[in-house]
Ligand binder design. Structure first.
Ligand SMILES: Cc1cc2nc3c(=O)[nH]c(=O)nc-3n(C[C@H](O)[C@H](O)[C@H](O)COP(=O)(O)OP(=O)(O)OC[C@H]3O[C@@H](n4cnc5c(N)ncnc54)[C@H](O)[C@@H]3O)c2cc1C
Length: 249
């Protein structure tokens, strides 16, 4: 069985059903329901993508002693995350308090749902708003990410100023610290490694991926095929869908 899949399939997946929910029209990767293929390598957890999401997932898994492989199709790690604006909306920061701004995860949730015209998934908005401050503290206290202690901006869609800026105004301040923390734990993203297929066993459990190593972006058939088994999970963190013209349309 083959189902088409593309970049928007960045979600945690455990079953073929869950995978199918994310598929679109552009065939960039495929899900293959199969008996075990010949595995070239195995690990506990495979993470697809090396932006904020993939690096965070890999770090948390590695801290819990899992064997982790991070796969990245591009020649450098970091994805969109490394070029982003470094702006992070966080309710309840010290800088807000010093300016007498009253904020809370509940208020941020209300703002986010309003700005999303009510189309948001409330459970995901809730998680984002409740975890924003702990995530910000973790970035600062554990990874050493530096945010400006002077800039607090009132971005569109927010009812109060709550946007923190990284010290260099780029996501690279976060990504480079994530990469350094991961490297300390012995994990380096494998660049130029594109994931083509996700293998699913007859019970519907995701069991691994087919990749091409030494893939060259722009040369779509390039690279050497290899199958990697995931003993515990495949985490899809391969980014957004704005380059998927068919889906957007
Ligand atoms: C210019 C810009 C500025 C932004 N500024 C902000 C901001 O200031 N604040 C904010 O909150 N948000 C901002 N955003 C949005 C934010 O950057 C993204 O939401 C975030 O980076 C997404 O992170 P991610 O880890 O999900 O994906 P990404 O960082 O996109 O990482 C996905 C990775 O997966 C890889 N990949 C894809 N397919 C495969 C495959 N088949 N095999 C292997 N690897 C694959 C990609 O090459 C990529 O490296 C900005 C976005 C852009 C583009």
């Amino acid at each position: 069985m083959t189902i088409s899949m593309n970049r928007r399939t960045l979600a945690k997946v455990g079953t073929l059903g869950a995978l199918s929910a994310f598929f679109g029209t552009t065939v960039q990767a495929q899900v293959k329901k199969t008996q075990s293929p010949n595995w070239d390598e195995e690990t506990d957890i495979i993470v697809v993508g090396s932006g904020f999401a993939g690096l965070a997932a890999a770090y948390e898994a590695k801290k819990r002693n899992a064997d982790v492989i991070v796969l990245e199709k591009m020649p450098t790690a970091g994805g969109n995350s490394i070029i982003n604006g470094g702006i992070m909306a966080v309710p309840g920061t010290e800088i807000q308090k010093s300016k007498g701004i009253k904020d809370s995860p509940e208020l941020m949730m209300k703002d986010t749902i309003k700005a999303g015209l009510g189309l948001n998934h409330p459970d995901k908005v809730k998680a984002m708003c409740e975890e924003a401050y702990p995530a910000y503290r973790m970035l600062v206290d554990e990874l050493g990410v530096k945010f400006s202690d002077k800039i607090l901006k009132h971005e569109g869609g927010h009812s109060v100023p709550r946007s923190m800026y990284t010290i260099n105004g780029r996501g690279s301040e976060i990504v480079t610290k994530q990469l350094a923390a991961l490297e300390k734990l012995g994990v380096k993203p494998r660049i130029r490694t594109i994931v083509d297929k996700i293998f699913v066993d007859p019970e519907g459990r995701v069991i691994g991926v087919a990749v091409r190593q030494n893939y060259r972006f722009g040369k779509e058939n390039s690279g050497k095929p290899k199958n990697i088994k995931a003993r515990k999970a495949v985490i899809l963190a391969n980014g957004g869908f704005s380059a998927d013209v068919a889906y957007r349309s």
